[in-house]
Design a binder for this molecule. Sequence first.
Ligand SMILES: [Zn+2]
Length: 568
Amino acid sequence: MRRLGGGLAILLGGALVAVSAEKPADLILKNGKIVTMDAARPEATAIAVSGDRIVAVGTDAQIERFRGDATRVIDLAGRTAMPGFIDGHAHLAGIGDARIALDLRGARSWDEVVSRVAAAAKKARPGEWILGRGWHQKEWTSPPEPNVEGFPLHASLSAASPSNPVLLSHASGHAAFANAAALARGGVGRETKAPAGGEILKDVSGEPTGLLRETAEDLVDAALRADLAKRTPAEVTADLDRRIDLAVEECLRKGVTTLHDAGVSFDVVERYRQRAEAGTLGIRIYAMLSASNEELEKSAAKVRVVGAGRNHLTVRAIKRLADGALGSRGAWLLAPYADAPGSTGLNTYSMKDLERTAEIAVASGYQLGVHAIGDRANREVLDVYERVLARHPKKDLRFRIEHAQHLDPADVPRFAKLPVLAMMQGIHCPSDAPFVVARLGEKRAREGAYAWRRVLDAGARIGNGTDAPVEDVDPIASIHASVTRQPKSGPAFFPEQRMTRLEALRSYTVANAYAAFEEDLKGTLTPGKLADVVVLSKDLSTVPDEEIPSTRVLATIVGGKVAFDASR
Ligand SMILES: [Zn+2]
């Protein structure tokens, strides 16, 4: 309890907090519109920060008491400040990779993709891999000729890059396209059988087209990894650091102060830890480990850490994938695809092994987050969670389903009842809208696709995010999508499932803090919590929907330090 100093006491969050003129703050933000996200005190005009913590929230006059000779004072000039955004599901190193690889988003034809690769091949060293990402056949003005299921054949790509292996990830992240050199490096030929949970798409003559779905990508990925494995340890670390730096720079520019990193190796986590402890991580990471059950049993408990490097790194979650994505028809469905009646998608990890993962998580003090997109995948994962939760009724486990994208209405109440957190990405809805009805048919799409309203009305929690680099890591675009469900063109996608403005902002702040067991540290601007703040050109809690996308991030503050300043 702080000593009553200057005699001024204000009621904050129901607790009496003494405001002393004798203990100056390091930083004061004043003359702003502070959207605290704290129901106990939703609005204020000023904040005082000492070290990396918020010490007071109030009016300019109340906060003036914290000003000392060395206090840095930022005049917000009426601008909005709110809690730093928390991306509840993204891939940090992938964001870095996306900035390094060829960006094929927006390519209007297969020929355009090929010509961009041809240009890169001219500059590449002999044998060097050319990586690209973000292409999607739905963005092409016409289907490639010839094609199989709307996907091209690799001949033109192979001619454009005869000696450099090329691997181009689909925008969904659940398929990739390889040229002849990459297929050869991966040992993929006409006789090659796809691994379980994957598909090598072949043409009528039985030759691989170049398209590799789900686990079939691993064949070529393995060759790429084998080449990467020839790097020295110093080269490996330097490459990872470059990816981290590029990603962190982008997160800060977009107001993201914490990122839930949905699937990282022990090696990456170790580098995060080193950088967190050295004070060079830049943002806060909530890491979800991706490793086999055997590796987790051996090492998960040892690497578990909460709040390392002054709360820059927490490692206490495990990530699994139960199925693929809807765009590439990899989502595991209860009934066949409307546009592929012979298929119900792919189950990419056995539920028996998943149940074991869940028990390992409980035993080693970890949370579990499972990627489930199709309604069958969601039901199966909920079934596993239900059994495991029943065995540990006293524990606060906060199991998560990542994406929870297509739900059977019967399963929606289970998210509230068990409970299980629904980690859904607002921006996926308008991005996927052009093909969801084709895949699922109108009825299933209306009842269960991105069913935010149903999930929230059932009393469950939704954490938001972007799955970057699948989508841009921009929280503002995802918040806009959450409240409008408006694709680039055409009508809003089943707008009755929209979130309210407050729900969308909560899904990016308090809900994601809770999803990481960090509700006492983050998610609201409340005395005692970390001073992670984003300053915006407009007030996201009140601007009209159509003005949300043009809202700019003016500054991003992490732990009381200005980490991004748009004016510089
Ligand atoms: Zn993901």
